[in-house]
Design a protein around this ligand. Sequence first.
Ligand code: SAM
Length: 282
Amino acid sequence: MNLWFTENHSPNVLFSIKVLEHLYTGKSEFQKIDVLQTAEFGRVLTLDGLVMVTEKDEFIYHDMITHVAMATNPGIKKVLVIGAGDGGTVRELTKYETIEHIDMVEIDEMVVDVCKEFIPQTASKLDDPRVHLHFEDGLKFVRSHENEYDLIIVDSTDPFGPGEGLFTREFYGNCYKALNEDGILVNQHESPFYEEDALGMQRAHKRITGFFPVCKVYQVHIPTYPSGHWLFGFASKKYDPINDLNADAWNQLGLKTKYYNTDIHVGSFALPNYVKEQLKDV
Ligand code: SAM
C-alpha cells in the first residue's frame, strides 16, 4: 500500500513525503500529534498535520536556532526556551558546559512524552540536570520574570493555535523585560517566500523592532518547511551577531555540529534582495 503524508505549503502548493509506517497518533488538549516513519526523512513529528521535526533535517534548524546566539555571547549562563517540545534545541544547548540553567516552557506535555518515546534523536537531553521543564503557556510564563535570562529562544509552532500569543507585542515586550541588560532573543521567524508566511514574518519583525535596539534576521534552508527558505530573528539589547562574533573562541570549544560553523554564521545574515525589500519598511 502506498501511503503519503501531504501538507499544504501554500494555498496552491502541496508537499508530500512517502510514509512507511504511522507510528503514533493522538490528540492532546492543544493539538493532534502524529509520528510517521518515512522513507526519506526518517521519523517525522507533525502537529495538526504540519511538519515540526524530521530526523533527517532537524540538525539545520536546531543548530541555527542555538549556536548563533551562543557564539555571539559565550558568557550565556541562563537560558529560557519556549516551545521546543521535541527537545532538539535543548540538546544543542546542553553541549555548552558554560550554561548553568535552562528553563524550557512547553504548553503541551504530551509532545514531550511522545518525542521521548518515538524521537530520542532530539529528546535525548531533556533529562539533563540543568534542564527544568515547565508545562505551561510561554506567553504567561514570561510575564512573571524580570532581568533573569541571558538568552531566550522561541522555538514555537506557527502564529495560530497555541503559538499565536508567541508572536504578539505583549510577548516580545515581556521577553525584553525577562532578559538581563545584555540579553539576546532568538525566534523562529517563519518563511519569506509564500505570501501568507511572509506577512506573518514582517509583522513579527516589526513588533520585535519596537523593543530591541539590535534586530536582525538570518536565513537557513530547511527542505521540509514551506518553500525550504526559513528565517530566524536575532534581537538583542547589546550584542551584534556579526561584530561581536568571536569565531576563534567558539571554534576552540571543539563542539561537533553538522550544519553550524562560524562562516555560515556570518553568511546567514546576508539576505537576498527580496527579503531585504520585505524588511525595509516594517
Ligand atoms: N521546529 C518547529 C517548527 O518551527 O515548526 C517547532 C517545533 S516545537 C515541537 C513547537 C512547540 O511549541 C510545540 O510542541 C507546541 O506545543 C509548542 N507551543 C506552541 N504554543 C506554545 C505556547 N504558547 N507556549 C509554550 N509552548 C508552545
